[in-house]
Every structure is written in structure tokens, then in C-alpha cells.
Design a protein around this ligand. Structure first.
Ligand SMILES: Cc1cc2nc3c(=O)[nH]c(=O)nc-3n(C[C@H](O)[C@H](O)[C@H](O)COP(=O)(O)OP(=O)(O)OC[C@H]3O[C@@H](n4cnc5c(N)ncnc54)[C@H](O)[C@@H]3O)c2cc1C
Length: 353
């Protein structure tokens, strides 16, 4: 949205319309580059997007805090510092929150991949030659298991990959699953096909202890934040904001939501970066329409298949596109090109500030 406003101007600015970006920090870390940082492909801050710069270029006021409550009827949000910000139209794109403690139980060794900045900070403090358990058999867990197994500049670590009773990457094709399993075995990553749980300070899976373990990395997908439902916004049964085909709240049409925090009610849109990014321009067009007092018209329709590229941490990637699967150095180069182009686009927009 900020990129759209930089390129096309803030809708109705001439009529005195103002916009505010409420975000916890001046940058956004692009999660797709985090496995590459762990495996030594990128510098730690390679994947940072300059939100403060984008907001400045777009003529948007920046408030560095987080939303902790929303009153959609009174049209205001409350920040962590207790400030109340009034709005006529709001767009909520705050992503999901971690669910490690609720699924596994609490433990000082537990490191949730969300929020992603907290994950990076905790991981930096992880000792050399650690025995690490990665919990969660989705694409994020697979990439982190590969990345940690090839953690840059350290002694080899031992990685236990606990991918759960549902199996490895259940939403991907058979071809992708078998290539991933083959590569995990080739890299000597220990595979455990059972649900994990921390019981009395012991990491358990399938009725047996996995100890000793130095760090427990949870890649369990995201949960919904509590404040949208608590504020009275219509949500799905998991608490994600229910939106229509125009990304508009089904209960409060002056509120929009997109990305992992939203749940489309007219069709299934998986929570992933691919869909969050593609919904962006649609959201910008619909917000612009609402700001002009028009009806939002655009809708994001996911393609039948999306391209996913899973880095193996050793210069190759496994590509998944619907039923198709492939592996090679070319896929890693394609992933780098896609990620780099995405980041470069936003860096170019703030250049010269
Ligand atoms: C390690 C890892 C690798 C991944 N790799 C891929 C990949 O290769 N391809 C892919 O498609 N997906 C990938 N994903 C998933 C992808 O990161 C998410 O689906 C995507 O980031 C969702 O985008 P979003 O804009 O909805 O939320 P986010 O990217 O989570 O952004 C949310 C923003 O809102 C801010 N925020 C949070 N709470 C508040 C609040 N209360 N108030 C104000 N601001 C708030 C956050 O600070 C953040 O800036 C990966 C995820 C992880 C963890």
C-alpha cells in the first residue's frame, strides 16, 4: 500500500485525507531471507524493508508502537503506550502471532519463529555445537531444519526435525515431499514423525524423550492475535479477521484486512507470504476506492498453484508448483533473484531520502 501511495499519491490528499502507519519498528524483516541468513548466504539485515522511509515518501505519519485494541464502532485503536488513534477507515495487516507455548508448553529453550525479529535475536545467542530440535513439518520448518543444519561459521550442529503426526509437508505434492525427505536424510537430519510436547521440562515426541536438547525451534504456523475478536470484529473460528472478496471486514465495512491476519470467507486463501504480497495491490485499490467514497471493486483470486522454493542450505533449492517438483542450484538462484528483486523494489522507492 505504501508503495502504491508513493507511485500514485495518497488518495484524496488534496481534500485533507491523512494516513498513519502504526507499526512496532521502523523496519520490516522479510522472513523469506531468514533461512539464508542462518546458512550464511545473507548478512543478518539483508532482508530489512525500510518502513519509516516508505512512510515518509508516501506522506504517511509513522507511529512506532503496536495496536493492542480496536473499537471498530467507535473507530479507534489503542496503542501499547495507551494512545488512542481515531480513524475513518482502517487496514489491518499485522500478520499472525506465535503459537509455540500454547501447542508445546512453556520452556526457557523454546524459540518461536514469530515474531521473526525476536527469533533472529534469540538465534544469535544460540551456542556453538548445539543440539537443536525443529518442531513443525510445514515449509517453514523444513527450511529452518536445512538452514540450522548448515548454520554458518559454527561447528556442525545436530538437528532433530520433529514433523508431527500429520506427516511432512502434508499440503504439498508427493513429488515435493519425497524430494524433501530424501534431502533431509542425505544431510543426516534426524527425522521424528510424531507430535512434540514439553512435559515437566522434557521435550517428548511419540512417548519418548528427545533430550538432551539445547534449543527448541517452533515453526508451527501462526495463530490469530486476540485483539481483533476482543474488539468485536467478525472472525473465523480460529480468530482470524473474516473478510470478503474485497478484503473488507464482513462485520465492519470500513475496516479492511489482508495477509496472515485475515481469513477470506468466499474462498480458501492459505496463509503465506505469496498470497499476502499478491493481495497488497488489491488492498491498495480497494482502500483508495473507500477513501474516495466509492465501492471497492477489486478482488485477489489465487492462482490454482503457487511457486514455493525451499532452500536446502547447501546452494540448492527444492521447487514446488502444484504437482510439479524439482531440485537444483537453478532453483536456489531463482529464489535469490525473486527475493532480491522484491527487496530492491522497496529499497529503490526510498533511495535519495
Ligand atoms: C522462516 C520463515 C520463512 C518463510 N518463508 C516463506 C516463503 O519462502 N514464501 C512464503 O510465501 N511465505 C513464507 N513464510 C510465511 C510468510 O512470512 C508470511 O505468510 C507473511 O510474512 C505474512 O505476511 P503479513 O504481511 O500478513 O504479515 P507479516 O509479514 O508477519 O507482517 C506483519 C507486520 O505487522 C507488524 N505487527 C504485528 N503485530 C502488530 C500490531 N499489533 N500492531 C501493529 N503492527 C503489528 C509486524 O511487526 C510486521 O511488521 C515464511 C515464514 C517464516 C517464519
Amino acid at each position: 500500500m505504501l508503495a502504491d501511495w508513493i507511485e500514485n499519491g495518497l488518495p484524496c490528499a488534496e481534500k485533507g485525507v491523512r494516513a498513519t502507519l502504526l507499526t512496532p519498528g521502523p523496519t520490516l524483516r522479510y522472513s523469506g531471507t531468514v533461512p539464508g541468513w542462518i546458512a550464511g548466504q545473507y548478512e543478518r539485515d539483508f532482508g530489512l524493508v525500510d518502513l519509516a522511509g516508505l512512510a515518509k515518501r508516501a506522506g504517511v505519519e509513522l507511529v512506532l508502537d503496536r495496536c493492542v485494541a480496536i473499537d471498530p464502532d467507535a473507530k479507534c485503536v489503542t496503542t501499547g503506550a495507551g494512545e488512542r488513534l481515531a480513524f475513518d477507515i482502517a487496514s489491518i495487516d499485522s500478520g499472525g502471532v506465535g503459537r509455540a507455548v500454547s501447542v508445546l508448553g512453556d520452556d526457557p529453550r523454546l524459540i518461536d519463529i514469530r515474531p521473526i525479529d525476536g527469533f533472529v535475536t534469540r538465534l544469535e545467542a544460540l551456542p556453538d555445537a548445539a543440539r537443536v530440535a525443529v518442531i513443525g513439518g510445514g515449509a517453514g520448518g523444513v527450511e529452518l531444519a536445512f538452514a540450522l543444519n548448515n548454520r554458518a561459521g559454527l561447528q556442525p550442529q545436530e538437528v532433530l526435525f520433529v514433523f508431527g503426526n500429520q506427516g511432512l509437508m502434508p499440503e504439498f505434492s508427493k513429488g515435493v515431499r519425497s524430494r524433501v525427505a530424501q534431502e533431509l536424510r542425505r544431510q543426516n537430519i534426524t527425522l521424528i514423525a510424531a507430535d512434540a510436547r514439553i512435559e515437566d521440562g522434557v521435550l517428548m515426541a511419540g512417548g519418548r524423550s528427545l533430550e538432551p536438547v539445547d534449543a527448541i525451534i517452533a515453526a508451527l504456523g501462526s495463530a490469530a492475535p486476540e485483539w481483533p475478536r476482543a474488539g468485536g470484529l467478525a472472525c473465523d473460528d480460529q480468530g482470524f479477521i473474516a473478510v470478503d472478496e474485497h478484503q473488507r471486514s464482513t462485520s465492519h465495512p470500513h475496516i479492511f484486512a489482508a495477509g496472515d491476519v485475515a481469513a477470506r470467507q468466499d474462498c480458501k486463501v492459505p496463509h503465506s507470504g505469496v498470497h499476502a504480497v499478491h493481495a497488497g495491490p488489491v488492498l491498495a485499490a480497494n482502500l483508495g476506492a473507500a477513501m474516495r467514497g466509492e465501492r471497492p471493486k477489486q478482488s485477489y483470486t489465487p492462482r490454482p498453484a503457487s511457486l514455493y522454493l525451499l532452500s536446502t542450505g547447501q546452494g540448492e533449492a527444492i521447487a514446488s508448483y502444484g504437482p510439479l517438483a524439482a531440485k537444483g542450484g537453478w532453483a536456489a538462484r531463482l529464489k535469490h533473484w525473486i527475493d532480491n528483486s522484491w527487496l530492491a523494489k522497496y529499497a529503490a522507492l526510498v533511495q535519495g531520502l
